[in-house]
Design a protein around this ligand. Structure first.
Ligand SMILES: [Zn+2]
Length: 212
C-alpha cells in the first residue's frame, strides 16, 4: 500500500462526516480521483453510512408504530372501564329493584271499621304469610309529613288532630311477585281508599322514582 493511500484512508471517515480541514479535504478528493483502491473503500464507507441511516429510519418508524399502539390500548382501557361501570350500575339497579320494589302503601278511608282493617290484614297474610305489615295512623301520617317538610313547616302548621287531611295507611313489605297479587286483592276491599306500589314501574323507572 502506498504511503499516500494510508493517509487518505485514515482521513476517509472524517471526509465522509465533513469534518476535515480544507487542505485535507482537497488531498482526499484529489487522491480519490486517481486511486481505484481508495475510491472503492470510500464507496463502502458511504454505503455503510446509508445503511445506518436506513436502520435509524426503521427504528424511528417502529417507535411511531409503538406509540400508536399505546394510544389504542389506552382508548380500549377507557372504553372497557366505562362499559364495566355501566354493567355494574345495571346490576345494582336490578338488585335494588328486586329488593325494594315489593312495597305497597294502602291508604285507608277515614270511616274504615276495625272489622274491615282486620279483613285487609288477613287478605294480605293469605297471600304472603311472611309479609311485613306496618300501620300508620292519621296522626302518624301527619307527623311524618311534618318531618319530611321540616324546612317548610308553615306549610302544615295549620293542621292538627281535628282537621288532619291525611289518611291512615298500611305499608306492606313482600316479594315483588306477591306485591302485585296483594295489590290486586286489596284494591277491591271495603275501607280502602287507594293503593300505590312501585312494582308497576320497571327497574329504571323505579330507580328514578326513588331518587327524585
Ligand atoms: Zn489510494
Amino acid at each position: 500500500m502506498k504511503k499516500e493511500c494510508e493517509i487518505v484512508q485514515d482521513l476517509l471517515f472524517g471526509y465522509q462526516d465533513g469534518t476535515l480541514h480544507m487542505a485535507s479535504k482537497e488531498l482526499v478528493e484529489k487522491h480519490l480521483k486517481s486511486c481505484k483502491e481508495c475510491s472503492e473503500i470510500f464507496r463502502e464507507i458511504k454505503n455503510d453510512g446509508k445503511e445506518e441511516e436506513e436502520q435509524k429510519e426503521e427504528v424511528d418508524y417502529l417507535k411511531k408504530v409503538n406509540k400508536k399502539i399505546g394510544k389504542k390500548n389506552k382508548l380500549l382501557m377507557v372504553v372497557g372501564i366505562i362499559l364495566g361501570m355501566i354493567i355494574l350500575f345495571n346490576i345494582f339497579i336490578f338488585i335494588y329493584y328486586y329488593h325494594e320494589a315489593g312495597k305497597i302503601s294502602i291508604y285507608l278511608k277515614d270511616d274504615i271499621t276495625e272489622e274491615q282493617m282486620e279483613n285487609i290484614k288477613t287478605s294480605i297474610l293469605n297471600i304472603d304469610k311472611n309479609a311485613k305489615i306496618e300501620y300508620y295512623s292519621k296522626n302518624d301520617a301527619l307527623e311524618k309529613m311534618k318531618e319530611r317538610f321540616k324546612d317548610r313547616e308553615n306549610l302544615l302548621s295549620g293542621y292538627g288532630e281535628t282537621n288532619n287531611p291525611l289518611p291512615a295507611y298500611y305499608v306492606i313489605e313482600t316479594s315483588l311477585e306477591n306485591a302485585k297479587k296483594i295489590d290486586e286483592t286489596i284494591m277491591t276491599l271495603e275501607g280502602v281508599e287507594k293503593t300505590t306500589g312501585s312494582f308497576e314501574a320497571n327497574p329504571y323507572e323505579f330507580m328514578l322514582q326513588t331518587l327524585l
